[in-house]
Design a protein around this ligand. Sequence first.
Ligand SMILES: [Zn+2]
Length: 202
Amino acid sequence: MLRATFKLLSLHNTCRRIAFAISNPKSWPISASLITMGNQSSSVNPPVRGMASENEVFSKEELKKRLTPMQYHVTQERGTERAFTGKYNKHSEGGTYYCVVCHESLFSSDTKFESGCGWPAFNDVLDSGKVKLTKDTSHVGANLLLLIANPGMVRTEVSCLKCNAHLGHVFGDGPRPTGKRFCINSASLDFKSYADQKKEAS
Ligand SMILES: [Zn+2]
């Protein structure tokens, strides 16, 4: 009886949250993006001052010529390569990972770890000022109730701040010290080993 009452109360509270959010979107911390749903997203990072002039915009035609169809799909259409198929998933050489579109250095092999998720996983970015984090509700579709039952469906998209290429998502279940898991598509990345970087510098 007690459990049934609790369930009813919690259902009642859930309905109140929905009604409140719908009537007053700005008052619920994540409500604005939830209410809009679909592929809408809202920025988690405030705009970085002074970065706008450094942004690079590439034409669709140029990118279609330069990138593979998978690289184009992932970076420009926010796609996801199939798990365990990317070339950097099982890649353990020491070096730097770059944005495949604008060649900005984004991740280091020093923070790469085997997460078992099927995509390259990093514990951190080289510089937090080089990536953009955005709330991504595209998984949820229009089902608000589904989202309330499973808040983990709101993911945080990671994209390149310089050229806006989609890279992947970041989750809070990574190892120490950051506790983060940047789950990144191989198709968004280019790699240069430390040995090659030394050769080029000499
Ligand atoms: Zn980029």
